[in-house]
Design a protein around this ligand. Structure first.
Ligand code: KG4
Length: 339
């Protein structure tokens, strides 16, 4: 028998994680994420390999999510999927699956923007767990592998981007600098891990001067590359001997750049609630640095659980829930958008 509440199946396939989640109203019942180890040795995501892996994973991942949620397929009221931005071949797998599912079950299809979903991850609730949620309007720093943006979140479905990167995203800076140090992809989590054992003030790297609330990370990446290259000429073991301090100093610099602009935006917009979203927001140093700075200035901070910070379908399902309530349904003719 159908239980009370709106049940949404969320699908996320924008990059290299195949994920499916079931949400009942705003409470998550299950979230299954299947990563793709195949990219590890390439220093980044290989689009063709990614879409092939999604093809293999999508059915078992959805099946598992339904089982974990202890619901029957007939109870699902709508299917929400990431329409973009992301890798076209990867998005197509989720989009085609969602259309087929909606058609066969005769239920509505809901299109979700990946970046909006990252922001709304703050509203995912878990059974019997208190979740502190921000009030509108709040500011979000959305930092992932493809984006670095400062967003004014006016309500669940209305957001305004007031700052963005003019070149690389913060996650790209983490991953590219990790590659320079010979670390495997994705380098962000490894840098985070090693940084905890190092001195953040040992090495200094160039910080960009960019207008307003925009970011730039290409100069930092080049400064890091030249610094490491020059030190290696003097000492071939420089990276091995200084790995923890290199990671700590790099992480501190990236996070300092991110936080300075967020605080500048908070001062100018007079918004006192600050949230972090996206994969890089899982960074422990970023959370600590922002908490310390915010406490001094009297701002309130909001962090999602790390599992809802990186790509996941729970954030797609919660966005689907807010759109369902507004009757914002998609068309079976929907096509993905890469950017
Ligand atoms: O949001 P996400 O999972 O995928 C995109 O939509 O891009 O973000 C992935 C990015 C990668 O660049 C990864 O290195 C970075 O998030 N990342 C981290 C951490 N965890 C993931 N960067 C720094 N510290 C972490 N703990």
């Amino acid at each position: 028998m159908k239980s009370y509440g709106i049940i949404i199946l969320g699908i996320e396939t924008s990059c290299d994680d195949t994920s499916a989640a079931i949400i009942k109203d705003d409470t998550i019942l299950s979230c299954v994420i299947s990563g793709q180890d195949v990219h590890k040795n390439y220093g980044g995501v290989v689009p063709e390999l990614s879409s092939r892996a999604h093809q293999q994973n999508i059915v078992p991942v959805v099946d598992q999510a339904i089982k974990d949620a202890s619901i029957s397929i007939e109870e699902i009221d709508a299917i929400a999927f990431t329409r973009g931005p992301g890798l076209m071949g990867s998005l197509l797998v989720g989009c085609s699956f969602a259309k087929g599912f909606a058609l066969s079950r005769n239920i509505p299809l809901i299109e979700v923007d990946h970046l909006q979903a990252h922001v709304l991850a703050h509203f995912i609730k878990e059974k019997n767990v208190y979740t502190k949620t921000p009030n509108f309007p709040f500011l979000t720093l959305l930092v992932s592998g493809g984006n670095s943006q400062i967003i004014v979140v006016e309500n669940f479905l209305q957001m305004k981007i007031i700052g963005k990167t003019i070149d690389d995203a913060a996650g790209e800076a983490y991953d590219k600098c990790a590659k320079i140090m010979g670390l495997t992809y994705p380098g962000g989590p490894l840098i985070d891990q090693y940084a905890n054992k190092g001195n953040p003030f040992k090495f200094k790297f160039a910080k960009p001067k960019v207008a307003k609330f925009d970011y730039s990370f290409s100069g930092l990446k080049t400064s890091f590359l030249y610094f490491v290259r020059d030190r290696l000429k003097e000492n071939a073991q420089f990276i091995e001997n200084n790995l923890f301090d290199l990671c700590a100093s790099l992480q501190y610099t990236i996070n300092d750049i991110l936080i300075s602009k967020l605080i500048k935006a908070a001062k100018e917009t007079n918004i006192r609630q600050l949230a972090l979203s996206g994969g890089v927001s899982a960074n422990s140093g970023l959370r600590t640095q922002l908490t310390e700075k915010s406490q001094k200035l009297g701002y309130e901070t909001f962090f999602t659980k790390p599992k809802y910070a990186t790509d996941n379908a729970a954030m797609v399902a919660i966005t689907g829930y807010f759109k369902y309530k507004e009757g914002l349904f998609g068309e079976l003719g929907a096509v993905p958008y890469a950017s």
